[in-house]
Design a protein around this ligand. Structure first.
Ligand SMILES: C[S@@+](CC[C@H](N)C(=O)[O-])C[C@H]1O[C@@H](n2cnc3c(N)ncnc32)[C@H](O)[C@@H]1O
Length: 317
């Protein structure tokens, strides 16, 4: 991993930026959390609006934190940077003596910088050792998943996290190849994936390895498990009227966000015939986005990577 990244190197077009910031309705004296700091684009817009308020910026990737510290230098007295996975948000806030917050933003997945930086091994476009860790201190790498998981496990990961129709063929091809020698690089893996797919499936649309790479990345970083935990914890840490904005990039993430918000917005689930509530469920939030907010044509033109982005927002009751 590069250790000398400059703020200029860390390019990331912040997705649905104006829509997210306007939904957060930042109060100058509020306490906010950016759960996925990345290049600091959303954080910068929040920090600009703070006077006596405070912003906690969390990222599992130290490279993102170092680059954003430079970008956010003008606001350094208002910001605390924390290297952590965001499902640990309770520990993060407790350690800073923060109880409840006025708002939180999560812009899920990986940054353009992570994808474009060959050494990180996230991309099928650049050759690099199979890594894909957001946190380079984490134990599990893509190499371990690709070379160590049983065929059945690999198949399930490709199906579940990549929604890849050719998961059985791809898992079988990976296992056959690695029996000869370990699979070491992203391009080796990409070639194996392509070789397992029928010609028809490789023409038009996305790169044939896109779904499989997404699936392996999600497995390496435990992304979906962390997401569910993080969403519920953050909802519980919002002050009344506190706003939570979440941007997702694929249907699996969006489903988890939608369900977590819907569950938190649901009150009593007792049958109407019950004279009194016995379930004890109380509405925690109001959903502000009945339908997710999508990028405008202008944003899609300027940043094609935003095409699958969806913003959902809820407000604490
Ligand atoms: C899409 S980028 C965020 C971009 C940022 N909003 C901006 O405008 O520059 C996502 C970032 O969140 C981090 N990340 C993703 N999942 C995380 C998790 N569960 N815990 C901590 N950081 C995470 C990634 O390392 C990456 O830097």
């Amino acid at each position: 991993m590069s250790t000398n990244t400059s703020a200029q190197d860390f390019s990331h077009y912040s997705v649905l930026l104006n829509e997210t910031i306007s939904a957060l309705d930042v109060k100058p004296d509020g306490i906010y959390v950016d759960l996925t700091l990345g290049g600091g684009g959303h954080s910068e817009k929040i920090a600009e609006k703070l006077i006596t308020g405070r912003l906690v910026c969390v990222d599992a990737d130290t490279t993102a934190i170092e680059a954003s510290k430079i970008r956010l230098l003008p606001y350094q007295d208002k910001i605390t940077f924390v290297h952590s996975f965001n499902n640990e948000i309770d520990d993060v806030l407790d350690s800073l003596g923060i109880g409840l917050v006025d708002g939180a933003v999560a812009d899920l997945g990986v940054s353009s910088y992570q994808l474009d930086n060959a050494e990180r091994g996230f991309s099928y476009m650049h050759d690099a050792p199979l890594d894909m860790r957001m946190d380079s201190e984490s134990a599990l790498t893509a190499y371990d998943v690709v070379n160590g998981y049983k065929e059945e496990e690999l198949k399930n990961i490709l199906y579940k996290y990549g929604e890849e129709n050719f998961a059985p063929k791809i898992a079988a091809a990976i296992c056959k190849k690695r029996a000869e020698a370990p699979i070491k690089t992203t391009l080796e893996l990409s070639d194996i994936i392509k070789s397992a797919m029928p010609e028809k499936a490789k023409t038009g649309g996305h790169h044939p390895a896109k779904r499989s790479f997404q699936a392996i990345r999600i497995a390496v970083n435990g992304e979906l498990d962390r997401l569910s935990v993080m969403l519920n914890k953050v909802i519980d840490r919002l002050k009344p009227d506190g706003v939570f904005a979440v941007i997702s990039f694929h249907s699996l993430e969006d489903r988890i966000v939608k369900t977590a918000f819907a569950d938190a917005a649901r009150g009593c689930t007792c049958p109407p015939s019950f004279p009194v509530c016995v379930c004890g469920n109380k509405e925690k939030v109001k959903i502000l986005t009945k339908k997710p907010v999508l990028p405008t044509e202008k944003e899609l033109y300027e940043n094609p990577r935003s095409r699958s982005a969806k913003l959902r927002v809820c407000k604490k009751i």
